[in-house]
Design a protein around this ligand. Structure first.
Ligand SMILES: Cc1cc2nc3c(=O)[nH]c(=O)nc-3n(C[C@H](O)[C@H](O)[C@H](O)COP(=O)(O)OP(=O)(O)OC[C@H]3O[C@@H](n4cnc5c(N)ncnc54)[C@H](O)[C@@H]3O)c2cc1C
Length: 585
């Protein structure tokens, strides 16, 4: 289609007008949109409209909302980076320490290559990888024929090996989409057909009593269910940490609080990247930057997609809540228009019921607040699978932002004009399920690049795929717990009562590589603060332990990122304390 025709179609069919709308289409079938919209939904709808046009490969959507200002990296930032000088060099730099970046780092750590992973945040897994359902999707919710479908089914199969090697919690319990009287059966059958086309192993329709046999706790009356035994569950954060630790143990370096600001090329080839910490020399950059992947691609003059953030709210219920033990979604709760994969009601690997997610397009990629309508949507998607439960059972809710492009597919390919630049973008759901396959695909692209450079890369002979997981005190028998306490008395100090987490586990989390260095990092690694009281009791104690271990003032301990101190100031000065009688301290 010609640009003029697409422009006319958009003007006639969108149902709203974009001020100064301009459309161009490159020889590679990349559509670029410019103009000004009244609101964010109009921006997103315009992007989807263009993407659905036949033959279009992808869409760069530069339409802005009237009055909104986008922060761009300026010359000053780049000069600042240059002034800091060269801080490191590596064969490969991976931008983004989410599940994609860490899985790629681990895969590459098996090769004789030096690898650096950089992330703008203080901890690994601070993007979508920390705030998801943890579902290892079977592959029946993805469009047949897409790269996503291929990666999903392949990735799902590789998880058993990952879990064995990396020692993270993994449960292959299966999932059911259940249809009750009055539900639209067509939705269920479409999922069945997609699953067949995507070759989802073991998927089958089950009827009547059989549904109750598999999932006895769901409300009675289900007529037909689509059962996928290959559905599994993990904790996305735990998987990402495990990958990072194993990659680090095999030589990959992690540089946190390090934001990529620019990419310098010489004769079309990457020479170095500019970061907030200084220059890193490299010839190969893997772009796994989640919602910012489009901006990183732009730094290499390789942007052919725009990433828009689709926020998903998730609700966690108290572990004691009775009901569904695996993912079970009622057909009528499947929202085909929301671009959300699966979800509904499920139980996390820690045993807590989980409801959601919702799906809302948002302009600010950092905004993970949960609005009332998103909470209600997530709540209503699954609460009926926990009979007798209500809002009193809710212990926590949060949101993550899916990095979606307008073609709704993964973009995993070598850049067209910049050798050594590799896209790993648009990794929205089921990105967690697909991560093992994504990492293998990227490894292939990296090997191709080095081969084209005349460098043949060999396998490391001493690569160790096994990670020793941290001790989880609450999962040990009484005898094992006694033994641990004898060896290290810090196991005898229970810091988080809700989740039974000891001081020794918190200290260990701070000394692993990469380490936990924020209160949230400790919570995600150990579950200290993840229980019913949500760190009301243990939060101050953990701050105290962290300040002692890191030799920081307690006011320097961050909640989730740099300069997000948990405590603002001391209420009493040390000297004042010394003057008080002991009883009043
Ligand atoms: C609510 C919700 C539910 C989901 N449920 C599931 C599910 O059940 N199953 C499933 O398979 N998938 C699910 N997903 C999708 C899954 O979480 C993502 O596909 C996956 O986590 C993406 O990982 P990633 O590493 O590509 O991106 P991210 O985890 O977002 O990581 C990107 C990283 O890049 C860093 N970064 C960005 N810009 C820069 C820069 N300029 N410099 C340095 N670093 C930078 C960020 O800080 C971040 O750490 C869900 C997603 C959401 C939001």
């Amino acid at each position: 289609m010609k640009a003029e025709k697409l422009l006319k179609n958009m003007q006639n069919k969108l149902g709203f007008s974009i001020d100064g709308l301009a459309v161009s289409i490159s020889n590679d079938k990349i559509v670029t949109l410019n103009g000004t919209a009244d609101n964010w939904n109009q921006v997103v709808e315009s992007g989807f409209f263009a993407a659905k046009t036949r033959g279009v490969k992808n869409v760069v959507n530069n339409i802005r909302v009237k009055g909104s200002i986008k922060k761009e990296t300026g010359l000053e930032d780049l000069n600042e980076a240059l002034s800091l000088g060269t801080i490191a060099s590596a064969d490969v730099v991976i931008v983004g320490a989410g599940v994609s970046g860490c899985a790629i780092a681990r895969e590459l750590s098996a090769l004789n290559l030096s690898v650096i992973v950089i992330d703008k945040e203080s901890e690994v897994s601070m993007g979508a990888s920390k705030a998801n359902n943890g579902m290892i999707h079977p592959g029946n919710a993805v469009k047949p024929g897409t790269l996503k479908a291929k990666m999903n089914v392949e990735g799902n199969k590789l998880y058993d090996q990952w879990a064995r090697d990396l020692g993270f919690a993994f449960e292959r319990t299966g999932s059911i989409i259940a249809a009750y009287k009055g539900d639209k059966m067509i939705t269920l059958y479409l999922a069945y057909i997609a699953g067949r086309l995507n070759r989802v192993p073991g998927m089958r329709l089950i009827f009547g009593k059989k549904i109750m046999q598999i999932e006895p706790d769901v409300p009675k009356g289900a007529i037909v269910g689509l059962y996928t035994p290959s559905t599994a569950y993990v904790d996305g954060f735990e998987v990402t940490i495990a990958l990072a630790e194993n990659a680090a143990a095999n030589g990959a370096k992690f540089m946190m609080d390090t934001e990529i600001l620019g990419i310098d090329k010489n004769s079309g080839k990457i020479e170095r990247i500019l970061t907030s910490k200084g220059i890193i020399e490299t010839g190969c950059v893997i772009n796994a930057a989640g919602v910012y992947a489009d901006e990183v691609a732009k730094m290499a003059d390789e942007q052919f997609y725009t990433i828009h953030a689709r926020r998903g709210a998730i609700i966690i219920l108290d572990r004691n809540t009775i009901g569904a033990k695996r993912n079970i979604t009622r057909v009528k709760k499947l929202d085909s228009s929301s671009h959300s994969k699966g979800g509904g009601a499920q139980r996390t690997v820690s045993g807590n019921p989980l409801l959601g997610p919702s799906a809302k397009e948002i302009e600010n990629k950092e905004d993970t607040s949960v609005l009332a309508d998103e909470f209600e949507y997530a709540y209503m998607r699954g609460i009926e699978m926990f009979p007798g439960a209500g809002k009193k059972n809710v212990i926590s809710f949060f949101a993550g932002n899916r990095p979606a492009d307008y073609k709704e597919d993964f973009i995993i390919e070598a850049a067209k004009n910049t050798p050594g630049f590799i896209h790993c973008a648009g990794i929205q759901s089921p990105g967690l399920a697909s991560a093992p396959a994504i990492a293998k695909r990227v490894k292939g692209l990296v090997l191709n690049y080095f081969e084209s450079e005349g460098r043949s890369i060999t396998q490391k002979h001493d690569w160790n795929p096994i990670r020793i997981p941290p001790v989880v005190f609450r999962n040990k028998s009484r005898e094992e717990q006694d033994k641990l306490i004898k060896e290290n008395p810090k196991y005898g100090n229970v810091v988080c009562r809700c989740e039974l987490v000891t001081e020794a586990e918190i200290v260990d989390a701070m000394h692993r590589n990469p380490p936990a260095c924020t209160l949230d990092g400790i919570k995600r690694r150990t579950r200290a603060g993840a229980g019913r009281c949500q760190s009301g009791f243990c939060g101050p104690k953990i701050v105290e332990i962290m300040s002692r271990e890191l030799n920081y003032d307690s006011c320097e301990i961050d909640l989730k990122k740099k300069n997000s101190s948990v405590l603002l100031s001391h209420s009493r000065k040390k000297e004042d304390k010394e003057m008080l009688p002991e009883a009043s301290l």
